[in-house]
Design a protein around this ligand. Structure first.
Ligand SMILES: NC(=O)c1ccc[n+]([C@@H]2O[C@H](COP(=O)([O-])OP(=O)(O)OC[C@H]3O[C@@H](n4cnc5c(N)ncnc54)[C@H](OP(=O)(O)O)[C@@H]3O)[C@@H](O)[C@H]2O)c1
Length: 248
């Protein structure tokens, strides 16, 4: 049975990793999906995969830290499908660095993408969800939103902030407006995320980590689908999913 048939879902960071796997799982459940990321080529590949499954997908190249891009993205979705059921705020970057190296441009970019991207996305869809009288927002945070680790001070700060905002949204909006909020906190997942690390000290120290069997993007997509397919009176507030071998 298609558990998300007729739903319209916007997914950021849909060209790779967790976002791509989630877009494909939602499409398999019957959702029509709007795919966003900066680079169009990989988005078009995901779109073709979804069309092969028999569902619909549109592509919108954008930067989640740009408010005008969000306005354009949401307008395009409304023009195509006239509603927004689901927003998955997934796009993120993780240029880990030690504080002492003062890589402040990377700090700023992480705040722009990981935090402002979530805020701007929420702001862009909220008026539509309020006027519809329903909606569901899923924010992809991280174990880094719960525990600090070496080199992760600013990345963790962005994810702690996403956790706080998600809980604030749930308390203020979900409880009165029928717009659900789910926070997903993945542990180590096999994606391209660590490609954004440029600090040579982090690169040098990463060889000391004991290898563990990571989660696959599809494991997180399954958690997202679980949250989205609960009955309307159920709000799945939070899902923490970690590899069996990961400590923190
Ligand atoms: N992998 C993990 O271990 C792990 C663990 C916990 C949480 N997470 C979280 O999971 C989310 C997805 O990451 P991933 O692991 O799947 O990494 P990924 O494979 O590197 O995917 C990141 C996606 O975000 C997009 N993106 C990056 N910057 C963007 C921007 N400014 N505007 C729009 N799109 C942007 C990328 O496409 P473009 O570069 O083309 O824009 C790509 O589609 C992130 O929020 C990450 O923090 C990951």
């Amino acid at each position: 049975m298609m558990r998300l048939g007729s739903k319209v879902a916007l997914i950021t960071g849909a060209s790779s990793g967790i976002g791509k796997a989630t877009a494909i799982e939602l499409a398999k459940e019957g959702a029509r999906v709007a795919l966003a990321a900066r680079g169009p080529e990989l988005l078009h590949e995901v779109q073709m995969e979804i069309q092969k499954i028999g569902s619909e997908a549109i592509v919108y190249p954008m930067n989640v830290s740009n408010k005008d891009d969000w306005a354009g993205f949401v307008s395009k979705v409304i023009e195509n499908w006239q509603k927004i059921d689901i927003l998955i705020n997934n796009a993120g970057i993780m240029p880990l660095s030690f504080i002492r190296n003062l890589r402040i441009d990377e700090w700023e970019e992480m705040i722009d993408v990981n935090l402002k991207g979530v805020l701007f996305g929420t702001a862009a869809v909220l008026p539509y969800m309020r006027s519809q009288g329903y909606g569901h927002i899923v924010n992809i945070s991280s174990t880094a939103g719960r525990w600090l680790f070496d080199g992760g001070a600013v990345y963790c700060a962005t994810k702690f902030a996403v956790n706080a905002f998600s809980e604030g949204f749930r308390q203020e909006i979900t409880s009165t407006e029928n717009i659900r909020m789910t926070l997903i906190e993945p542990g180590i997942t096999a994606t391209n995320l660590s490609n954004t690390i440029k600090d040579p000290d982090i690169k040098a120290s990463s060889g000391n980590n004991t290898p563990i069997a990571p989660l696959q993007p599809s494991d997180i997509a399954a958690a997202v689908v679980y949250a989205l397919t609960q009955p309307p009176h159920v709000n799945v507030n939070e899902i923490l999913v970690m590899p069996t071998q990961q400590k923190i």
